[in-house]
Design a protein around this ligand. Structure first.
Ligand code: AQP
Length: 331
């Protein structure tokens, strides 16, 4: 791992799926790599999904996404944190890639198919989303991309775009590899079914009110085979245990698993402990978020510094791309 890049959308409150699947790795890789850890609030991606985009909220949500990442432990004095639209080279490279990417490669993307199926009018930007994502990554020549496993197919396409470019125009880009959190590659929703996702509404928000979180945990489904307390429960099939494993120490999880399986305890006890353990992670994030909200200049200054650093790298790559692509040099 030499350089990492990852993006996060400013489409409403970040949830524990984003936190466990991606943000935890941002922090860890940032500690290791310093300024070679590059993180971006991808505001130009947001309007590709009209259901999640609001022009009156975009700026505020972009600021909030940056603030929450810092509150979750990302140190902008160590890494590069910036806003995508502040580095316009991303969209310029995306256009170059758009001209070189087969249409069929884009229409077969499952996220495109799923999201397009829910829309009456499908913006072309939704189809181009993975091309812009490839440009986001490749403009920094990043070799590693910490994301959740829902991004696997998009990342394969980014590798394909890099490979095709290198063959046609000469070695330029590394083929970026996905970097998953082995403990939480895909966090399920509170219903235990689909992946936790803003658009499905099955999330636990990082800043969500404690009473509201408890209401969701209290009604979480148990092992479907366990109807009465006297039935043996299988922790492997319980979403409550899945969530517990994200937040509680391994020894505690082990003890509870054994108790649960031999009918020593009911789900409610496990749920109460889950709530306690989860809040141990969330409370400090909330406190730091509150502190940052009182000093917005700290976030805005960090984003300004990040954009300056990111842009210097992005400009150099784009210059190389322009030349290899055969464009008339800039006047
Ligand atoms: N459930 C999840 N488990 C693990 N990782 C997840 N990520 C998202 N959901 C899960 C990862 O979080 C990062 C940022 O996600 P994003 O905001 O860029 O977009 P997203 O994947 O579109 O988030 P949502 O909540 O799923 O939104 P919608 O409903 O609009 O699709 C990414 O690295 C993502 O993999």
């Amino acid at each position: 791992v030499k350089r990492v890049f990852s993006g996060i959308q400013p489409t409403g409150d970040l949830h524990i799926g984003n936190y466990l699947g991606a943000m935890v790795n941002y922090v860890a890789l940032g500690e290791r790599l310093g300024r070679d850890a590059i993180y971006c609030i991808v505001d130009y991606h947001a309007p590709t999904n009209p259901a999640a985009y609001d022009k009156h909220l975009l700026a505020q949500r972009t600021f909030e996404a940056a603030l929450l990442n810092i509150a979750a432990g990302l140190d902008p004095d160590k890494v590069i944190l910036f806003v995508q639209s502040h580095v316009p080279e991303h969209t310029e490279l995306a256009w170059v890639f758009t001209t070189q990417t087969p249409y069929g490669d884009l229409t077969r993307m499952t996220q495109f198919k799923d999201k397009a199926a829910k829309l009456e009018s499908v913006p072309a930007g939704l189809l181009m989303y993975p091309v812009l994502m490839a440009a986001d990554i490749l403009i920094y020549k990043a070799d590693t991309v910490p994301v959740g496993d829902d991004q696997t197919q998009h990342l394969e396409l980014a590798r394909e775009i890099a490979r095709r470019w290198n063959l046609e125009y000469g070695e330029t880009f590394p083929e970026p590899q996905i970097y998953l959190n082995p403990n939480a590659p895909r966090v399920p929703g509170v219903d235990g079914k689909a992946k936790m996702s803003k658009s499905v509404g099955n999330t636990i928000g990082l800043l969500e009110d404690e009473a509201s979180i408890w209401a969701k945990i209290r009604t979480m489904p148990d092992d479907p085979a366990r109807i009465r307390l006297s039935d043996p429960g299988d922790p492997e099939r319980s979403v409550v245990f899945k969530f517990l494993s994200y937040f509680a120490p391994a020894e505690l999880v082990q003890v509870l698993r054994e108790e649960y399986a031999r009918r020593g305890i009911g789900t409610l006890v496990v749920k109460e402990l889950l709530m306690q353990e989860m809040m141990k992670t969330l409370r400090p994030i909330r406190q730091r978020a509150e502190g940052l909200r009182a000093e917005p200049a700290r976030v805005l200054d960090a984003l300004e510094d990040g954009a300056r650093r990111a842009r210097a790298i992005a400009r150099a790559t784009l210059e190389e791309v322009r030349e290899k692509f055969g464009l008339l040099p800039l006047p």
